[in-house]
Design a protein around this ligand. Structure first.
Ligand code: CA
Length: 226
């Protein structure tokens, strides 16, 4: 899942980016309000972490403009401590949740996970397809009760596919949501990672594969087909 951070304090932005990348998210960072608004409008993200006090355009205005333009990406707003006015204003302008500064990274992660959950997803932390499960909190992946070790990108790819279970995802979709803007991507990067993933979640299990190729369209994960 791909996250955009808009925060002018480089130290905070950098720490968040590194922390989130360790959790397998693809992360873009902007340090200025206008740049943040332009990036949010131009690229697809699954979540925006938005500071309130920003040069050129503040967080409220960004949120308001994005919503007015039909962008419904979940927004987590970073507000100043004890500023109830900020919180109310933030939620009114279209933010989905807020976090007063300073915050603990653990709490931020929990909010991020909650916001990335689709509204009708009652399962919470566990995503699944057939006998495969992925725990978004512990990052544990299992099939038929057996633990599977994945690299960070393999995990990110699997998480994205499971969140869109039974939908065909184009290579472009996958690239946009699993890799960040600065990533080195070759034309066959997605294929290569799909192969890595199949070798770990499908091949060893002598069962019909969970990852299916839809020729000319892309890939999907679903209940296994024979
Ligand atoms: Ca700021």
């Amino acid at each position: 899942m791909r996250i955009l951070i808009v925060e002018d304090e480089h130290r905070i932005a950098q720490a968040l980016k590194e922390g989130l990348e360790q959790e397998s998210y693809a992360v873009d960072a902007c340090y200025d309000g206008e740049d943040g608004y332009n990036t949010a409008s131009a690229d697809e993200h699954d979540l925006i972490i938005l500071d309130v006090m920003l040069p050129n355009m503040d967080g409220f205005e960004i949120s308001k403009k994005l919503r007015a333009g039909g962008n419904h990406t979940p927004i987590l707003m970073l507000t100043a401590k004890d500023q109830n006015h900020d919180i109310v204003h933030g939620l009114d302008t279209g933010a989905d949740d807020y976090l007063p500064k300073p915050f603990s990274f653990e709490v931020l992660l929990a909010r991020v996970r909650a916001l990335l959950r689709r509204p009708h997803e009652s399962l919470g932390e566990i995503l699944e397809a057939d006998d495969l499960t992925l725990n978004t909190k512990t990052h544990e992946v299992k099939r038929s009760g057996k633990t599977i070790k994945l690299s960070s990108k393999e995990y990110a790819l699997l998480e994205y596919m499971l969140r869109n279970k039974n939908n065909v995802l184009s290579k472009n979709n996958i690239m946009t949501h699993v890799w960040d803007f600065d990533a080195d991507i070759l034309p066959n990067t997605v294929e290569v990672f799909i192969t890595f993933l199949r070798n770990k979640i499908d091949k060893p299990f002598k069962k019909p594969g969970l990852i299916q190729t839809e020729r000319g369209f892309g890939y999907k994960i679903g209940e296994s087909s024979s």
